[in-house]
Write a protein that binds this ligand. Sequence first.
Ligand SMILES: [Zn+2]
Length: 131
Amino acid sequence: MEVEYLSHGLPLADYQLTKADHRRQQEKVREHEWVQRQVAKFPTSLSEESKERLRQLLGPPVPAWKLHRWRLRLYCGHVIEATRIQDSPRPDEGICDEERCPECGLDPAVIVAFEPLGPVADPPPETSPPG
Ligand SMILES: [Zn+2]
């Protein structure tokens, strides 16, 4: 399936924040604080069994060739690179619309503009189905 990757707010370096961006950032910060409060209620040490269950819930890591690279401009103004599942036509869908800024540490920082870069890795050569 061919995915048509979208871009928004180009050129990234000149992007001006909108009112909607400010509102989204404020909502994210509030959500984030709420999650932090819930996490703080958890017992500080998890048993190995619970950790294993969590790992299973999170699933296996996605292979590199199933990822797409994006250049993202974050709320703080920094432009970073990040990866997303290649099936997503845009990098800010669902719960993935924020990043922790590696430049200034802003966390969460909503994505305000983005452009697709390319696949992380080439797909492996065609293999015949097992059987
Ligand atoms: Zn930043």
